[in-house]
Design a protein around this ligand. Structure first.
Ligand SMILES: Cc1ncc(COP(=O)(O)O)c(C=O)c1O
Length: 465
């Protein structure tokens, strides 16, 4: 064994203790470090011939890289839709690396069954029936991709085409109907060979991002009996609007379509009694995308993908090799997603659910919603800001009252970032450049709201000058 490796192995206890101390300090300083920062100029240093050992590597990381990292796990990083990592999920994530299990094939370890138990607990958390079978993937984009791959195979079934063998070319034109699909839907369609242009935008209800059911019905009718894929959103990324899943499902009585629901973070509305109705009917979907590194607050990267048609999933993703066996009733994970070998990423979620249960996670969701509503009210009442939509759930969508455009809004985002207290991101909503403040972090508390609001106001002065 190389001497540095041997020495690290011999000293693993004290070395991991140092790493633990670094981690604890990083977590303890989350409140004080900048929520985000302009990326410092990076210099790429060459590959070392002789390594510095774990102690040296940790010192180099602490000096060269850690100071440039954002406080994205902290309470006031409110850009994109970004979760943090609960204490138990951090511990679970560490142990994922320690045990280094590859849960793809179930002949050598209990790891795949831990993932199955985690899936069953998530199903219960979101009120899904046992007909929905799930698997872990890296994020909502991958979950959407797998769901749409199943929709593609289902279209083949309708047309007597085995897409998994003949390829997507044999399928002919694919119709994907959706009102406000997330950008990852387009990416997934591109990867799947269906193409971004397959999306046919369906009108929304007036002043909303939720699909107009009458318009969707007319669009389905116009297909003249051609089967389609309908992508529903619960909720949308700008204003967190929810398509009416029960009404969409009811259209199945007359029209033939695969119903995929992108519930990346909106699925968590199910945990809050006042908002659970927004995702009523989620269980009716043929495939569902739910992200976990957002509102579940587990570390990157984790999402879950559910479907009622696991048979199609095995057709698409089967990885045939004599040593892996034939997929049976309870197929190994290797036959269910694009990856073969992968980490046991369910462990962080398993830890968080075991540690905090339904009630712990529901409290995070309810608190985040209340904080978003409180900030939305203050922004709505403040000169210099204008709400672009009511704050329906956990995202405040607003803009600068005076001439919002790409340059001014992005200058404002940088001004907020450079103050260091808060991070928010820009968007375009109904043709207007705007801003999103997304609450999904388990650490954000009421006391943060004044600090967030003060910082947003201060940045307004900075761009006005
Ligand atoms: C509704 C929705 N779908 C999909 C995604 C993509 O998620 P990820 O970046 O985890 O792949 C996001 C991310 O914000 C989202 O909000």
């Amino acid at each position: 064994m190389h001497p540095t490796l041997a020495s690290d192995l011999a000293n693993i206890d004290s070395l991991l203790e140092r790493t633990r101390r670094h981690a604890v300090e990083a977590l303890a300083s989350l409140d004080d470090r900048p929520a985000a920062l302009a990326p410092p100029l990076a210099t790429v240093q060459p590959l070392p011939e002789r390594g510095a050992g774990l102690e040296g590597a940790l010192a180099q990381f602490a000096e060269r890289w850690a100071p440039g990292f954002s406080g994205s796990a902290g309470p006031r990083y409110l850009g994109f839709v970004t979760g943090g990592a609960t204490p138990a999920s951090v511990a679970g994530d560490w142990l994922t690396s320690v045990y280094d299990q590859n849960p793809t094939a179930g002949i050598d370890s209990a790891a795949p069954d831990l993932e199955r138990e985690t899936i069953a607990r998530l199903r219960a958390l979101f009120g899904l029936s046992e007909a929905q079978q799930g698997v872990f993937v890296t994020g909502a984009t991958m979950s959407n991709l797998v769901g749409l791959a199943l929709g593609r195979e289902w279209l083949g079934e309708r047309k007597d085409v085995r897409v998994f063998e003949q390829g997507v070319g044999a399928l002919g034109r694919v119709h994907v109907l959706s009102a406000v699909p997330h950008s990852s839907i387009y990416k997934a369609l591109s990867v799947l060979g269906i193409g971004r242009q397959a999306v046919q935008k369906v009108p929304t209800l007036p002043g909303r991002e939720a699909v107009d059911i009458g318009a969707l019905e007319r669009a389905l009718e116009a297909l003249g009996g051609e089967p389609a894929i309908v992508v529903a959103s619960t909720g949308t990324v700008n204003t967190v609007d929810f398509d009416d899943l029960q009404a969409i499902y009811a259209l199945k009585a007359q029209y033939s379509f695969w119903l995929h629901v992108d519930a990346a973070f909106g699925a968590f509305a199910a945990l809050d009694p006042k908002h659970a109705h927004l995702v009523a009917g989620l269980d009716l979907a043929d495939s569902i995308c739910i992200d976990l590194h957002k509102w579940m607050n587990v570390p990157y990267d984790a999402a879950v993908q559910f479907t009622r048609r696991r048979d199609l999933q095995v057709r698409v993703f089967q990885n045939s090799a004599a040593y892996l066996g034939v997929p049976a009733d309870n197929p190994d994970f290797v036959h269910l997603t694009p990856e073969n070998s992968r980490r046991l990423r369910a462990l962080a979620t398993w830890f968080s659910l075991a540690a905090y249960g339904r009630a712990g996670h529901a409290e995070i969701v309810t608190r985040n919603i209340e904080l978003a509503q409180a900030l939305g009210k203050r922004i709505g009442d403040q000169d210099g800001f204008r709400l672009l939509a009511p704050t329906r759930l956990n995202v405040v969508c607003f803009t600068l009252a005076h001439d919002p455009n790409e340059a001014s809004v992005n200058a404002y985002v940088r001004a907020v970032r450079d103050l260091g207290d808060v991070f928010i991101t820009s968007t375009v909503y109904e043709g207007t450049w705007g801003l999103r403040v997304a609450f999904t972090n388990w650490r954000t508390e009421e006391a943060d709201i004044s600090r967030i609001f003060d910082s947003l106001k201060k940045a307004l002065n900075a761009v006005a000058r």
